[in-house]
Write a protein that binds this ligand. Structure first.
Ligand SMILES: Cc1cc2nc3c(=O)[nH]c(=O)nc-3n(C[C@H](O)[C@H](O)[C@H](O)COP(=O)(O)OP(=O)(O)OC[C@H]3O[C@@H](n4cnc5c(N)ncnc54)[C@H](O)[C@@H]3O)c2cc1C
Ligand SMILES: NC(=O)c1ccc[n+]([C@@H]2O[C@H](COP(=O)([O-])OP(=O)(O)OC[C@H]3O[C@@H](n4cnc5c(N)ncnc54)[C@H](OP(=O)(O)O)[C@@H]3O)[C@@H](O)[C@H]2O)c1
Length: 550
């Protein structure tokens, strides 16, 4: 299905010959669109975006599964670089779904005339640095060969779908889908027996909606998960007016906060707050709904005992909501601290297990053995007959889309080799030995721990300023020193180690959902506001830690 307003291929409007550019950008989601605008319209560079999808939108182009919505509140899940854009766009819901977010991103692309410089349906297969010419040589799956001085990956942290290697999938006679590659025409579940594998943010959103039309839904749960009600709903005209009238203040708060959300984390401690007052505050946050729950106390992510108070509050809610005590016990048997994995928010997830057509299958105690032509067989021998399998099994997070391309730096060094023990870079932005390659929201930056448009705008603007600086100073190359990379990797590890985040041993933050991946905590956990200052100070200090050369 075509996305409204998308042409299938852009014209090479900003280049001389259609092959050689000042900059190439890979990806046309939130990151790639804004990077194109900055480099083309602010710096006047010739730029081309290469995008494998048939339209703009990235995450929202691919993830059209039932129940999909953002969990950032819409008034902050958007760009803030243009006051006019903020004023003219009106979100209809607190957490819109893919159609509305895609309308927004298409509006941005059309308003700033971006599509003419995007080649859709074009996958970047390889990108090799040519030291002599100081150029990146990029090859696409359509046979294109392009060059550019600067290469910017805007490939997304969550864009490589992870279909687990479960034996027998190829024998399955029904249909199967991964949520991150959902068919644009939708899937009809009516009258079908559906098996959903995965209970992360995606599975928690999908199950209630699938259950509404499926004859039967079996949810295969390996790790039980926390969730807080989203309490989605239409935005009132008063709130919409508030957003427009207070745009500058909202922007200020998102930039000053740890996670880029439009609220600050409370200064009070969960442990120092008397029990009755603490419970009342949790209850208030539960009724308000959404990720604000995580911001109720300052010590939830740094002190296990403080975290236990939130964890136990949510477990009690699960026991209250779910009528069958055995099912409630399995759902509440959560083995990691609250918010150590990205905390989901939901619409009637736990309530869904009170339906007659929904069953929870505990695959921690009885794992999947294989997929049969007609369903799923567990180790115990129990079988589940299925017409459709939904893989809500997540992504090869943060490094997946980068390493699926053959990126080679100086002297042919493959990125996969440079990162064989886990991602190593400076500020999450640049890798030693890969001159003029920038990564938007790369591993080692706050990225996925944030409301991402805030992190994306900061990275895109930093990269733009850095390229402008090079050009103003007659410089041709930038890459970090090995020492700067070493010290940043240490800083990323140190920042994670003072939080409870690494305690969720199966989190994709650690690469733990991919059996072959090194276990390294990938995002920078020191907070977005702090990170922003570090990046700004480095730039002001003539890009300290980077090697700049003519
Ligand atoms: C279901 C879901 C819900 C989410 N909700 C939120 C939320 O509420 N709040 C939040 O902050 N974040 C959320 N995220 C994270 C989300 O990914 C970011 O908010 C944001 O959309 C990322 O934008 P991006 O442009 O960096 O990456 P993406 O949107 O992932 O775009 C990357 C693009 O690069 C393209 N690409 C990748 N490799 C290649 C290649 N080799 N060649 C050509 N093109 C390539 C992809 O096709 C894709 O279009 C969510 C993620 C998912 C999966
Ligand atoms: N806005 C939103 O509300 C929203 C919605 C969706 C996604 N997102 C973003 O995308 C991220 C990824 O979310 P996600 O839910 O797609 O992925 P996820 O958090 O990685 O969850 C994947 C689920 O699949 C299970 N799983 C994976 N491989 C399996 C296997 N081989 N056998 C059985 N179970 C398996 C996992 O179990 P284990 O835990 O045991 O590994 C987990 O329950 C989120 O953390 C969030 O950042 C946001």
């Amino acid at each position: 299905m075509a996305t409204p307003g998308n042409s299938t291929a852009g014209l090479d409007s900003s280049s001389g010959d259609g092959h050689n550019f000042d900059a190439l950008i890979i990806g046309a989601g939130f990151s790639g669109l804004y990077q194109l605008l900055c480099l083309r319209d602010r710096l006047g560079l010739s730029v081309k975006v290469l995008e494998v999808a048939g339209g703009v939108g990235g995450t929202w182009y691919w993830n059209r599964y039932p129940g999909a919505r953002c969990d950032s509140e819409s008034h902050s899940y958007c760009y803030t670089f243009s006051e006019e854009l903020v004023r003219e766009w009106e979100w209809s819901e607190r957490y819109p779904g893919p159609p509305e977010i895609l309308r927004y991103l298409n509006h941005v692309a059309d308003r700033f005339d971006l599509k003419r410089d995007i080649r859709f349906n074009t996958r970047v297969v390889s990108a090799h640095y040519d030291k002599t010419a100081n150029l990146w040589r990029v090859v696409t799956d359509t046979g294109g060969a392009l060059t550019a001085q600067f290469l910017i990956t805007a490939v997304g942290c969550l864009s490589s779908a992870n279909v687990p290697d479960i034996p027998g999938l190829e024998t399955f006679e029904g249909q199967w889908y991964h949520t991150g590659r959902w068919p644009h025409q939708g899937v009809d579940f009516s009258g079908k027996r559906v098996g959903q594998i995965g209970t992360g943010s995606t599975g928690i959103q999908a199950a209630p909606v699938i259950a509404e039309t499926a004859a039967h839904l079996a949810v295969f749960q390996r790790t039980a998960n926390y969730s807080v009600p989203a309490r989605n709903g239409p935005l009132t005209p008063e709130f919409q007016r508030y957003v427009k009238e207070n745009a500058a203040e909202i922007r200020h708060v998102t930039q000053a906060s740890v996670n880029g959300h439009p609220w600050l984390i409370a200064e009070r401690s969960a442990l120092e707050t008397p029990t009755a007052e603490r419970q009342a505050l949790y209850e208030e946050a539960w009724q308000t709904g959404g990720l604000r729950f995580r911001a109720m106390f300052r010590d939830l992510l740094t002190d296990k005992k403080a975290n236990d108070t939130a964890a136990e509050f949510i477990r009690n809610k699960i026991r209250e909501v779910v009528k069958d005590p055995a099912t409630a016990a399995k759902l509440a048997d959560i083995d990691h601290p609250y918010a150590a994995k990205r905390p989901p928010i939901d619409t009637d997830y736990f309530e869904t297990f009170n339906r007659n057509n929904v069953e929870l299958v505990d695959i921690r105690s009885d794992p999947i053995e294989h997929i049969t032509p007609h369903g799923i067989k567990l180790k115990s021998g129990a079988t589940h007959r299925l017409d459709i399998i939904v893989f809500a099994t997540g992504f090869d997070g943060m490094t997946g889309s980068l390493l699926r391309m053959d990126i080679r730096g100086r002297d042919g060094l493959p990125l996969s080799q440079a990162w064989s023990a886990g991602p190593r870079n400076y500020l999450g932005l640049q890798v030693a030995g890969f001159p003029n390659l920038f990564m938007v929201t790369g591993p080692g930056s706050p990225s996925v721990l944030c409301n991402m448009p805030v992190a994306i705008e900061q990275h895109v603007e930093w990269i733009t300023d850095c390229i402008a600086y090079l050009r103003e100073h007659g410089l041709k190359r930038v890459e970090p020193s090995e020492e700067a990379v070493d010290s940043w990797v240490t800083r990323v590890n140190d920042a994670a180690s003072v939080t409870l985040l690494p305690q969720a041993k199966h989190a994709w933050y650690l690469g733990a959902n991919d059996p072959g991946k090194p276990r390294v905590f990938m995002p920078y956990a020191g907070g977005m506001a702090h990170y922003r200052k570090i990046c700004a100070d480095i730039a002001a200090n003539n890009y300290k830690g980077f090697k700049l050369s003519a």
